[in-house]
Ligand binder design. Structure first.
Ligand SMILES: O=C(O)CCC(=O)C(=O)O
Length: 290
């Protein structure tokens, strides 16, 4: 019929009074919304269950092995770590080695200690630098250790860094007594100061063999590129400090991936204030040449 006014409540296609139509439309809307939400939740919950189950398997090292290559591993390695800094790139591996392993390495090194040496810059003398590093230490290679402990540590380090163990120098096992320290320095050898180099120490891996009662932290005074313009004297203990704990390991990179030196990798050992500090350092080279 022409001129016929639309009747109220045709919104859902039925001839209903407007309030009931609005009510019903809203009810359908909310029902649809709820159903879609609960479906999504089911998916999320299912993913969570899968993730948690997988996590449990990972923790037990079971049932989650991928196909591996000729040089790969038939087991999982679980090496927890904490990123301590991106500038420099520094990681802590808590509980990397156990007490017995640490004590075995100390016993091996103890009878061979002599005052720690320094690589000298052009024109530097032993006398002028004798206060820079006051610890004693010894170099030990894994072939000198019949217990197999150093070999085990070396292999675990290679896995943690994914740098083949052949890039590592012999372990430098150090003992710091009260008051002994290592002033801040770089592990890389700047050719402008040290002359041409066949390779560089791109990373350093420190395994703490003992706790230290007080002091003895490994320090990074320029962490986050701080303190670089304050006329730092290389002796003061400042910046990021890592407290030695028996069995923990510290890894830091002295070079960027592009092969240039990271100024933030300046580091040293704060003086031991109480107790004794034992640490095994392994310098990792960017090539197998020395
Ligand atoms: O003993 C430390 O914590 C640092 C050792 C160190 O700087 C080094 O061996 O190059």
């Amino acid at each position: 019929m022409k001129g016929h006014k639309p009747r109220p409540g045709r919104g859902c296609g039925y001839a209903l009074p407007l309030p009931i139509a609005v009510l019903m439309c809203s009810a359908f809307f909310f029902l649809g919304y709820y159903v879609s939400l609960s479906n999504n939740q089911e998916i999320v919950v299912e993913n969570d269950v899968n993730r948690i189950n997988r996590q449990k398997l990972l923790e037990n090292g079971e049932g989650v092995l991928a196909e591996y290559g000729v040089t790969g591993d038939d087991k999982l390695n679980i090496i927890p770590f904490q990123v301590l800094s991106w500038k420099p790139r520094a990681l802590l591996f808590p509980g990397f080695a156990n007490k017995l392993q640490c004590e075995t390495i100390i016993a091996l090194a103890k009878t061979r200690l002599s005052p720690s040496g320094l690589a000298l810059r052009k024109g530097e003398s032993v006398d002028a630098t004798k206060d820079v590093r006051t610890s004693s230490g010894t170099f030990l290679s894994s072939s000198q250790d019949k217990t197999g402990t150093l070999r085990w540590v070396e292999e675990r380090m290679a896995k943690a860094t994914m740098i083949p163990k052949e890039h590592g120098e012999a372990f430098n096992v150090l003992r710091y007594e009260i008051g002994q320290k290592y002033n801040s320095h770089y592990d890389v050898f700047n050719p402008a100061e040290y002359g041409p180099q066949k390779s560089q120490r791109m990373a350093s891996f420190l395994l703490y063999l003992s706790d230290v009662e007080e002091g003895g932290e490994t320090m990074f005074p320029f962490e986050n590129y701080q303190n670089m313009n304050i006329g730092y004297d290389y002796k003061q203990c400042m910046g990021l400090r890592v407290k030695p704990k028996q069995g923990d390991a510290l890894l830091f990179y002295s070079m960027f991936p592009n092969g240039t030196f990271d100024a933030a990798a300046l580091h040293g050992s704060c003086p031991v204030a109480s107790g004794e500090k034992w640490v095994a350092t392994k310098w990792i080279r960017d090539s197998m040449d020395r």
